[in-house]
Design a protein around this ligand. Structure first.
Ligand code: ADP
Length: 746
């Protein structure tokens, strides 16, 4: 077996593997099927060529001849079908070329199957047809190259065309020239065909030209590596001759050398190829790594934006870069910093929707070039008429094609306004808090996959910094509030004493002895002193440690009494409705404290409805079945008490803050009511949450664990008394144990 034969066998195996890989693809589109057919045909042809040159092998030469002629004559048809499908050429205009090819292939099959196979002229005719057919395929590619719309498409087609020409010329030379002709490099035709088919299969998978560059780079790496290792191996074993024992010994030595050399060598060669062929890329990735390290200590988003964008601009790989954050004053995104021509000043939520949809679908980066390519693909489907469009797009109905086109064109418009070629969401959890965008408008595909990966890492780092800065702000705010709280408690004490003196002094004034005007002033003084006293008491209540005396109590009863009490203070125009469960709902509580919670909630609701409305108070029991199944133990049922009003509701950004002490939106509010409620409810092992649907209205839900008497109701939660008794028992047992030990020791 000579090298040409071996190379043909290699081509047969690789092309067959590529065909199988294409056929095994999930949701395989038509182009993969046609590719598989072409690959199988080439594989059969290579098999035939291989065995024709390897006469010792089994079958008679005629059969291999027949297979070579049959599979060879099918190559032009299969290649044309593949390229037409791949390039998306409509079927009708290409019908004549297809039919001519099919006729030629049929002729070839007739030659292969009949005695004509022995006629030299017939065989030449088939070979001439194959060459002619392949020339037609090349002309189709050339034609398409002339009408290519984008630079990327043109470059891609150029690669395909040059590759096809090289593979065709070398293969034809290898097959047609007799073995006696001194061919420059043995087996080059089959090898070039194998590489070209591999390249073609990658072109189907990789839509980005840069990925193809990268792929070509890998081929260079592998080839260089292969040559170096082959030299090592060849050097070590070639001088051995037919001394077998030396051959094995040297093979083992060569294997050791190769194994220890492989990794460092691969690393070096790869670095060398990337640094020489893709120098810019190498620099950018390195710079992005530096940016990542540099931002490790940054906490302020503005500083982060300056650091990242300046470093990016320094690489000269971008013409535009910007960092966008969620605006605080209204819904939408705003660029906090940008380089290059300024992007839009604000991104409305409607405009950002297309990007958010991509993010929600799990896309880590949105690339302009991908949008443009996908749009071009979809647009090619549209003019072919609805029926064909449906068939061509494979299950995707025309309406869906149009909807996707609209979504893509929206996304493209947003990216144009952001001046973004690549847009990466800065994710906090599952929602984006901003975007990191950059663009190099000089080239259609600016960033290769490894650059995009490095950019994504920078985006991740930005998201982290932004989240950290928020937490830091919250912590600062909390510290500030804690300091204010402490100061106010001191201040309240200072105010309380003179206030008591003022109150005492006022009592000595007899209003009946004062003139009418002065009486009014006295009333104002009394009112305001009382109000001030109330505020100060609330402050002190909040700052004092809480003492609770929990006893099993019926919530419904506490509620009814509180509502009765409130009835006289319900403002005009407000309806107070109570919908309590029929049965008593017992919880462990301090009735007085619970009443304070209910009064606060009701009064807040009254104040939220100055123009009238309705406050509905309900109680329900909620059983946590899920926890029961998950934890295998019964968690106490929850008694939920809801206060729902028909007021304006609470805006989303305020909802998080209403429980923070001193947060108020009222002119005369203290901002302590809800903070006290939260504290009291927590002391009862309960929770309090607020809901405010977009239509208006606020609903406060207080949930308390239901109380069950263990003696009558199994599964009851332990009461504080139970816990204390248990603790005492444990202490007594431990004391006994200690005594016993000390006795034994003495
Ligand atoms: P204050 O009533 O003194 O303002 P709170 O802690 O009781 O203090 O309430 C804090 C804030 O929560 C209020 O200023 C108000 O903006 C908001 N709030 C509370 N309850 C309601 C409600 N039912 N409807 C609308 N907003 C409410």
């Amino acid at each position: 077996m000579d090298i040409r034969t071996q190379a043909a066998l290699l081509a047969a195996i690789v092309t067959l593997a590529l065909a199988v890989a294409a056929l095994l693809r999930e949701n395989r589109s038509r182009v993969f099927t046609v590719f598989a057919i072409l690959a199988i045909d080439l594989s059969l042809f290579s098999v035939a060529i291989c065995f024709l040159r390897w006469p010792e092998f089994g079958f008679a030469e005629t059969w291999w001849n027949r297979l070579a002629v049959a599979s060879g004559s099918l190559i032009p048809s299969a290649a044309l079908a593949f390229y037409l499908e791949f390039l998306g050429v409509a079927r009708r205009p290409a019908r004549r070329a297809r039919n001519a090819m099919l006729a030629g292939s049929l002729g070839g099959l007739v030659v292969a199957a009949s005695p004509l196979i022995h006629v030299r002229l017939a065989r030449f005719a088939v070979a001439a047809y194959v060459l002619f057919g392949l020339a037609v395929v090349i002309s189709v590619l050339l034609n398409r190259l002339g009408s290519a719309a984008t630079r990327v498409e043109r470059a891609r087609l150029r690669y395909l065309l040059v590759g096809a020409l090289v593979a065709m010329v070398l293969s034809a030379a290898e097959v047609l020239l007799p073995a006696s002709v001194n061919y420059p490099v043995e087996g080059l035709g089959s090898i070039s065909l194998t590489i070209y088919m591999f390249f073609l299969s990658q072109t189907l998978l990789r839509h980005r030209l840069l990925d193809l560059h990268e792929f070509l780079g890998k081929i260079v790496v592998v080839t260089a590596l292969g040559l170096v290792l082959a030299t090592v191996y060849g050097g070590l074993v070639s001088w051995v001759g037919d001394r077998r024992e030396l051959f094995y010994f040297n093979t083992v030595v060569a294997s050791f050398v190769i194994l220890s050399l492989f990794e460092p060598l691969r690393h070096r060669v790869e670095e060398w190829v990337v640094a020489t062929l893709f120098n810019e890329r190498y620099e950018l990735v390195r710079k992005l790594e530096l940016i990542r390290d540099r931002t490790a200590t940054v906490i302020d988003p503005a500083e982060l934006a300056v650091t990242v964008l300046d470093a990016l601009v320094e690489t000269r790989r971008v013409t535009h870069a910007s960092l966008w954050l969620l605006a605080e004053d209204r819904p939408g995104f705003r660029p906090i910093e940008s380089r290059g021509p300024a992007p839009a000043a604000f991104l409305e939520p409607a405009a950002a929707r297309a990007l958010m949809a991509a993010v929600a679908a799990g896309q880590k980066a949105v690339l302009l070039e991908n949008l443009v390519r996908r749009m071009a693909e979809l647009q090619r489907l549209l003019p072919a008429g609805p029926a064909e469009a449906v068939a061509r797009s494979g299950r995707m109905a025309l309406a869906a094609v149009e909807a996707e086109l609209k979504r893509l064109s929206d996304a493209r418009a947003v990216m144009a306004s952001m001046k973004a070629g690549i847009c990466m969401p800065l994710a906090a959890g599952d929602r984006p808090v901003g975007f990191f965008a950059c663009w190099d408008e000089r080239v259609p595909e600016a960033f290769a996959s490894d650059e995009i990966a490095a950019l994504l890492e920078v985006a991740d780092r930005c998201a982290l910094v932004i989240e950290n800065s928020k937490l830091y702000q919250q912590m600062k705010e909390r510290d500030r509030l804690a300091a204010i709280g402490e100061m106010s408690a001191g201040l309240a004490h200072e105010i309380r004493n003179p206030l008591a003196a003022i109150k005492g002094a006022i009592q000595y004034l007899d209003p009946s002895k004062l003139p009418v005007e002065d009486r009014e002033f006295l009333e104002i003084v009394v009112d305001e002193v009382n109000r001030l006293n109330g505020v100060v008491s609330q402050f002190l209540d909040y700052s004092r440690p809480l003492k609770t005396a929990l006893v099993p109590t019926d919530v419904n009863e506490v509620l009814s009494r509180t509502l009765k009490l409130l009835q006289s203070t319900v403002p005009h125009g407000i309806e107070l409705v109570a919908d309590l469960t029929g049965q008593p709902q017992r919880v462990l509580c301090d009735a007085e404290q619970l009443r304070q919670v209910f009064i606060n909630l009701a009064q807040n609701a009254f104040q939220a409805m100055p123009g009238g409305g309705r406050l509905t108070v309900t109680t329900t029991v909620v059983r946590d079945e899920l926890a029961f199944w998950r934890e295998g133990a019964r968690r106490p049922d929850q008694v939920e008490i809801r206060f729902s009003d028909t007021g304006p509701g609470i805006p989303e950004d305020e909802r998080e803050r209403i429980f923070v002490p001193f947060f108020t939106t009222k002119e005369k509010g203290t901002g302590l009511g809800l903070a006290i409620c939260l504290r009291l409810v927590k002391a009862h092992q309960g929770t309090i949450v607020v809901r405010s649907p977009p239509g208006g209205g606020a609903e406060f839900i207080v949930a308390l664990p239901a109380f069950r008497d263990e003696r009558t109701e199994p599964g009851r939660a332990a009461t504080p008394e139970d816990l204390q008794a248990r603790q005492r028992r444990r202490e007594r047992a431990e004391a006994r144990l200690r005594r016993r030990k000390s006795r034994r020791g003495s």
